[in-house]
Ligand binder design. Structure first.
Ligand SMILES: Cc1ncc(COP(=O)(O)O)c(C=O)c1O
Ligand SMILES: N[C@@H](CCOP(=O)(O)O)C(=O)O
Length: 419
């Protein structure tokens, strides 16, 4: 296991506030966490990470949901709906069909707005209040906008969302609209929307709450903490592998950070860290390209396309955090077709687990890696499903069978059923 994972706990710098500070992952420059609004390093523009003088151990955790893990977060509590404590489903038929020893599904679609973004927003909006900023904003393929709108509303704050026109699933726009976000539809893809929001943030017009914001990822760390705790309760061991869909690569970065902090505190052995395994759609796979080619960074894909609109992303901003996470945990990355994604969506639905297309990419990826021998039959695996089926009703209609019209008459209904 890599040196990164066993790195010593850094000494608390003078900029720390209550044992917490921001640190550049490229040059190591440190910043006080709440003295100013910043998303990247003032010196080199590298990505920032939140650091703690005392990384958490298992005994520090009590309560339920995201804030059970407040010892691993910058605050005791946040702007909450509440979020987290999502199910870790068993899926016995799918488990034996895919052919692994254990398969569990961590269904993040069961969060308050139907995706894992809520875990990030409960922390992110709390930080926005601490900083005393005005308007909150994000670029989004849909779920981030739904979560920002809801948590902004909960916190009594104004929200602005920029969406790629014609490429966001209906359920997600409906959420942002009802929670009263101002919605701008941009004639461009998600990456162009993020470029604009970053410009607006740099000009001080908005507070950016995409996963470039290091505090968002603190909340998303709790996915990894919950998986490890619950899996250990059930099996007395940790999963060998966690398979997750990858878009902007926030979750991959967040889970890797959660595991590093547990290793640093001595709560987890480095050899027990699950292999982080990322799955992208074939039409939007810059992370897979970077992993396959051994690159340290991704190359931007300008033309991206997939039915899994949530991961229709060509320039994953968290790649510098996520690529080491995949490599140093011994994981990998794989691309799947839209057909394989829809098939996996049906497989999950047949076990009663309703997910949107991007979520099903994890299961499609696991199946592919099992078939090509990368994943072995004795592995214990958790697949992350990131968003709820109702987020994208059109995709669900396409994947499922059509309703059958029948006359308003019992005999005619019976006749129809007998056909
Ligand atoms: C449903 C869904 N799954 C997966 C992803 C990808 O997650 P990440 O950006 O953390 O890689 C997103 C958004 O990016 C999403 O909305
Ligand atoms: N799928 C995301 C894309 C933006 O990701 P973020 O984690 O950087 O906010 C979305 O739902 O918009």
């Amino acid at each position: 296991m890599s040196l990164e994972l066993t790195a010593p706990i850094p000494e608390e710098p003078s900029v720390a506030d209550d044992g917490t500070w921001l640190e550049c992952i490229e040059c190591g420059e440190q910043f006080a966490p709440f003295d100013d609004v910043r998303y990247t390093c003032d010196d080199c523009d590298g990505l920032l990470e939140v650091r703690y003088a005392s990384p958490p151990t298992w005994d520090d955790f009590e309560g339920r949901g995201v804030w059970r893990y407040n010892a691993a977060l910058p605050f005791e509590e946040g702007v909450s709906l509440p979020e987290g404590a999502t199910p870790l489903h068993t899926v016995p038929r799918l488990e034996s069909d895919v052919g692994v020893e254990t398969l569990r599904i961590k269904h993040e679609g069961m969060n308050p707005t139907g995706s894992f973004k809520d875990r990030g927003m409960t922390v992110g909006v709390r930080v926005a209040k601490e900083l005393g900023v005005g308007r909150l904003a994000c670029a989004s393929t849909g779920n981030t906008s739904a979560a920002l709108a809801a948590y902004g509303a909960r916190g009594g704050m104004e929200t602005l969302v920029l969406l790629p026109a014609g490429k966001v699933a209906a359920g997600k726009i409906a959420q942002a609209a009802l929670h009263d976000a101002r919605i701008l539809e941009v004639d461009g893809n998600f990456d162009s929307c993020l470029d604009i929001v970053q410009d607006l943030a740099a000009r001080g017009e908005v507070y950016l709450l995409n996963s470039l914001n290091p505090f968002r990822l603190e909340g998303q760390k709790t996915i990894g903490l919950e998986i490890l705790e619950e899996f250990f309760d059930d099996y007395g061991t940790y999963p060998d592998r966690i398979v997750l869909p990858v878009g902007n690569a926030g979750n991959t970065s967040a889970l890797y950070k959660a595991f590093r902090e547990l290793v640093q505190s001595g709560a987890l052995d480095a050899e027990d860290v699950p292999k982080l395994t990322g799955v992208q759609a074939e039409g939007a796979a810059p992370m897979v390209e970077a992993i396959e080619n051994g690159w340290d960074e991704t190359r931007r894909w300008d033309d991206v396309e997939t039915r899994a609109t949530a991961i229709r992303i060509g320039n994953p901003v968290n790649a510098p955090k996520a690529l080491p996470g995949i490599r140093e945990t011994g994981g990998t990355a794989v691309a799947v077709s839209d057909e394989e994604i829809t098939e996996a969506q049906r497989d999950l639905a047949a076990e009663g687990v309703g997910v949107e297309p991007a979520s099903a990419a994890s299961v499609a990826g696991l199946r592919k890696l099992r078939e090509n021998g990368t994943v072995s039959e004795d592995e214990q695996v958790v697949c992350l499903t990131t968003g709820h089926l109702l987020k994208d009703p059109d995709a669900a209609f396409e994947a499922g069978d059509d309703p059958e019209p029948v006359p308003n008459d019992t005999d005619a209904v019976l006749e129809h059923l007998a056909e």
